[in-house]
Design a protein around this ligand. Structure first.
Ligand code: SAH
Length: 228
């Protein structure tokens, strides 16, 4: 069952090396475009966090709107590809608090991407955030690490912050994941004591990729988590 499945960091690095990155959306995610206003709430100059960011193009969108973007990703290749694909000059720094980690930062300073495991981060290193875009993040976390991941995310939320969370729905008996199936009841038990949870939208995302996995339906569910 999915409960016991573990994908190692090396396996993720391997996916990036071999170009097995079908999860990457070249044009960005339509659900973020559509619900951007609930994330930003009319505010400018926000700090937005992208956990397990890959080379998500939405980071560029938000930086271009004047927000400050922070991401974390184990694959250095993904982060270098991100800057290269957007022709963004960047510099590289070590992170004194995290041995072996690097931080790649756009020269203009608005995009800071940590190359390390998310579990190495804390609010004393990255600060707190006004907004989070969690797509391909909670659903990519090993099921045994979900509580740890969510506890950490909660500590990174500023007061009055918004967290957009995308989960996926499919028959978990037909595909081992990732992405992993995370039912609504589990979202409630993971986050429910800490924020208000709104189910915003459910969309069909079924494609050939999912058909090849042996699935016959694949849905995305968008939640808005409001931290007061
Ligand atoms: N959110 C991105 C990428 C989703 S795939 C998008 O929407 O396109 C999940 C990503 O998480 C992969 O790029 C993988 O390399 C990265 N990853 C997996 N475990 C991680 C961890 N513990 N810390 C940081 N990144 C991790």
């Amino acid at each position: 069952s999915q409960r016991d499945r573990v994908v190692t960091e090396d396996e993720w690095l391997q996916k990036w090396e071999t170009g097995n990155t079908g999860f990457h959306k070249k044009r960005g995610h339509p659900l973020l475009q559509k619900h951007l206003d609930v994330l930003l709430n009319g505010r400018s100059g926000l700090r937005i966090f992208f956990p397990l960011c890959g080379k998500a193009v939405e980071m560029k969108w938000l930086a271009d709107m004047g927000h400050s973007v922070v991401g974390v990703e184990v694959s250095e290749q993904a982060l270098r590809d991100f800057f290269a694909e957007h022709s963004l000059p960047y510099c590289e720094e070590t992170v004194p608090e995290i041995p072996g980690a690097k931080m790649l930062q756009s020269t203009c300073g608005s995009i800071s991407l940590y190359c390390c495991s998310i579990y190495d981060l804390s609010s004393s290193i990255v600060g707190k955030f006004d907004g989070v875009w969690d797509r391909g993040a909670l659903v990519a976390v090993n099921p045994c690490d979900r509580k740890r991941y969510v506890s950490l995310m909660i500590t990174l939320m500023e007061k009055n912050s918004s967290y957009l969370l995308v989960t996926v729905l499919y028959d978990p008996n037909k595909h081992k994941g990732p992405p992993f199936y995370v039912p609504e009841a589990e979202i409630k038990s993971l986050f429910g004591d800490h924020c208000e949870i709104q189910h915003l939208q459910k969309v069909d995302d079924f494609s050939d990729r999912h058909r090849q996995w042996g699935l016959d339906y694949f849905l995305e569910v968008l939640y808005l988590l409001k931290f007061v």
